[in-house]
Design a binder for this molecule. Structure first.
Ligand code: ATP
Ligand code: MG
Length: 465
């Protein structure tokens, strides 16, 4: 705790002094206090103060480097100081009406009032500044030591005030790896349907943080067990299909969580931190299975077209959760393509099929490599090794063809203007058809010279009449 507070001392002590000089209270609060006690660095520093926003703004204007007041309606003024992002919020004691999507904000008068309305005891601790007096009115230190999430008041009151806190419980379980106290889980289960008054955007933001956390399985299991998933991500619950009587197919839900973890293990190849698109694609890749499941007379089970059906379902869910079009396209195309490789067999794809694989994956090729490799949860080592080696071979082949042909820039040999002048036709549908013919030629046969392409185009045109 002290080490981390010492690290952020230049910021917290000087800001505390600036507020004290103006006669206001200031305390570091929430996430940074929790993380300091866990010995984790946290560069977003949240403070709470007795000063009103106008007064906070005056102090930050001289103390900070840039000012923003995006959260002014909620009493928050933000600034930056070196690498630190600072947000100062006036004490609040907010009340939510049970049917409203947005909190009604009322300013509070004391730190204690401000802390009691916070979501979890581990997030309801503060360090008064300057002086660094730790304020822990609800046993946050003990809960941090025993790694448990508990609400400061009763969970029923807390979740009535803001049902989003149920999602936050799952999110923090996934981020911190903590247990959620049994009475909190019980309240989440009883009150799950209240999540419906929360805006899709707020739900989405918590879901994204949960999925990008170090222990998403923990958070997702909680959502499913409490019934919250039925409302925010019903496709996940549906994966827990009862097995057929012969146990002939694997538990798709368990399989999915394992695929998610295996894709996280490969995330380093994307070169960044947690990758939401890759993780969400892993989570959604089999959501088409429950709907496409068929039992056959010979005792087998099939899931025909679950890739296409799953991609549609993914698109619909992501739209409802107000994801951006780019995110929706990326995830749903991964879901749609996740089976394609299995036609690769022993590597007998033609160059044309390899080019089409690359073209269809587009920007998502690296993520598709990850998803396809992760989507193998067989306990049969030999089978797993064989699949991995076959995929190695496909990747090597893609690399070789890419080097030879610059696959990333797949274009036909002739452009629209050349087509129009060669065939002597005006812009229109025929040009589009000709372009498609040349593109197919490019995919099937690789790079052609302009002369060769022109000859083939004219033959095609003559045949077309
Ligand atoms: P991180 O920023 O690492 O995600 P955090 O704890 O700072 O974690 P935020 O969502 O930034 O989480 O919220 C900051 C603090 O505000 C929390 O620690 C908590 O005390 C309080 N808080 C945020 N949202 C709510 C809420 N819906 N209900 C009650 N308290 C909340
Ligand atoms: Mg924060």
């Amino acid at each position: 705790m002290t080490a981390e507070l010492d690290r952020i001392a230049p910021v917290i002590d000087s800001l505390g002094e600036a507020f004290a000089r103006s006669g206001f209270e200031l305390a570091l609060v929430g996430g940074p206090v929790r993380d300091a006690m866990l010995g984790r660095p946290h560069n977003d520093l949240d403070f709470t103060t007795s000063a009103r926003p106008e007064e906070t703004e005056k102090i930050l204007r001289t103390w900070g480097e840039a000012l923003w007041d995006m959260g002014r309606d909620f009493g928050t003024i933000g600034t930056r100081k070196g690498p630190w992002q600072v947000e100062v919020t006036t004490y609040r004691s907010e009340a939510y009406s049970a049917d409203s999507r947005k909190p009604a904000v009322a300013y509070g008068t004391s730190l204690a009032d401000d802390l009691v309305r916070r979501d979890f005891t581990v997030n309801a601790m503060a360090v008064r500044l300057p002086g660094r007096e730790v304020v822990d009115l609800y046993g946050g230190v003990v809960d941090l030591a025993t790694r448990v999430l508990r609400t400061p008041g009763t969970p029923e009151d807390s979740f009535s005030d803001d049902p989003l806190r149920m999602m936050r419980a799952a999110r923090f379980a996934a981020q911190l790896g903590f247990e959620v106290a049994p009475e909190v889980v019980a309240a989440m289960t009883d009150m799950a349907s209240r999540i419906e008054i929360i805006s899709a955007e707020r739900v989405r933001d918590e879901l994204v943080k949960l999925i990008c956390a170090p222990h998403p399985r923990r958070g997702l299991s909680l959502l499913v067990e409490t019934g919250l998933a039925d409302l925010v991500l019903p496709e996940l619950t549906a994966l827990r299909m009862e097995r057929d009587e012969h146990n002939r197919h694997k538990d798709v839900y368990e399989h999915t969580l394992t695929v998610l973890e295996q894709s996280i293990d490969q995330e380093a190849r994307l070169g960044g931190g947690p990758d939401f698109v890759s993780r969400f694609a892993a989570l959604m890749h089999d959501v088409g299975k429950p709907r496409t499941r068929k039992f056959h007379d010979d005792g087998t089970v099939s899931f025909h077209h679950h890739d296409v059906v799953g991609a549609k379902m993914t698109r619909k869910r992501m739209k409802a959760l107000r994801f951006s079009n780019d995110e929706i396209e990326a995830v749903s195309s991964l879901v749609e393509l996740h089976l394609r490789f299995h036609g690769y067999g022993d590597g007998e794809w033609t160059d044309s099929a390899v080019r089409r694989y690359v073209r269809d994956a587009g920007d998502q090729l690296d993520r598709l490599h990850i998803l396809t490799r992760a989507d193998c949860t067989t306990r049969n080592r030999r089978k797993a090794d064989r699949l991995a080696r076959t995929y190695d071979a496909l990747e090597a082949r893609i690399e070789r063809i890419s080097e030879e042909e610059e696959l990333a820039a797949l274009r036909p040999a002739l452009d629209g203007n050349q087509i129009m002048s060669l065939l002597d036709i005006p812009a229109g549908r025929e040009v589009g058809a000709a372009y498609k013919f040349l593109m197919d030629l490019r995919l099937d046969e690789g790079i052609l010279t302009e002369d060769e392409a022109a000859k083939r185009l004219l033959d095609w045109w003559a045949e077309r009449g």
